[in-house]
Ligand binder design. Sequence first.
Ligand code: TXA
Ligand code: MG
Length: 348
Amino acid sequence: MILSASAPESIAACAANIRAGGLIGLPTETVYGLGADAGSDAAVAKIFAAKGRPADHPLIVHVSSQDGGMSGVAHFAAQVPSFAQQLMSAFWPGPLTLILPRRGGVGTAAAGGQNSIGLRCPAHPAAQAVLRALRDASAGQEPVWGLAAPSANRFGRVSPTTAAHVESELGTDLLILDGGPCDLGIESTIIDCTRGAPVLLRPGSISRTQVEEACGRKLLSKEELDAQAGRGLEAPRAPGTLESHYAPNATVRLMDAKALRTALDLLDGAIDQATNASIAVYARTPLKKVPRQILLRTMPQAASVTAHELFSVLRELDATGVKLIWVETPPDTLEWEGVRDRLQRASA
Ligand code: TXA
Ligand code: MG
């Protein structure tokens, strides 16, 4: 059931459902999440079941922006390195997840049993309204300190950026708070803060440069850390960052503009005018002479605009029943890193 986030009774209904151990679909500025009380291992188990996600994959726990997120952090994290503190001050509430050492006995199922926990303070006002309602300890109720919420899609599939996407992934029985289409459209930047230096686990809308400027430290890549792993440091586990992910039903293929042109020209010679379109193209470089059976979508020039529409476009193209989606490889620049990462995994 889809509820409008602008109605106060919707916020109350969602908070009540969480307190009762249930699940909700929740808007954030990145993508929609599937939320449960992070303090209840039984409620969190329902997330894994609904998504079909392996139970050892850790989830992100969302905290309220009251006190800059600090009381939520103090509840779940055993300690906060100073560079992590600087990142929270700079980017919270916002699309940044920090992996921190976990306080013993809290959020065990949400953390997939690991001794760390992923924390994020989302900027979407509807998400914050639910988190605030959950922290309310009046009338003798226990506060709920965090919402475990992975993206509200079935395991391995495209993340939802509207309430309707969530409903099509997880069904009409789920209570879904409709906060409109997500502003950013790709998931948060994830930084591992448990290894003495910040390590980028997943690129997002907040770029490497922004992170490095905010904390005055060099941001290591997973590969750089792996190189150190040989010297006695354990490599991080970020099971959600599997190579193949965000997969529509159609096969996604990434090609540069030249390869795309060649493929279209070859096709034009061979195409049977009577066949239905079974190929869609999503390209930034203007394409002349596209065979008319090809479904063409133009990729926006700005990385942020592409991020905003990316998952929606993949869903729309998929829904037409095409077998192949040919996508022009985005530019190899920092601002495109998040979009490039999602497309690489959609095509893996
Ligand atoms: O933007 C987002 O982050 C969205 C919205 C809903 O907030 N959430 C999201 O959650 O993308 P999810 O569960 O789909 O992605 C969680 C990612 C995975 O890659 C997982 O491995 C990593 O976060 N993660 C979470 N906790 C971790 C931990 N303790 N250690 C290492 N990685 C962790
Ligand atoms: Mg996900």
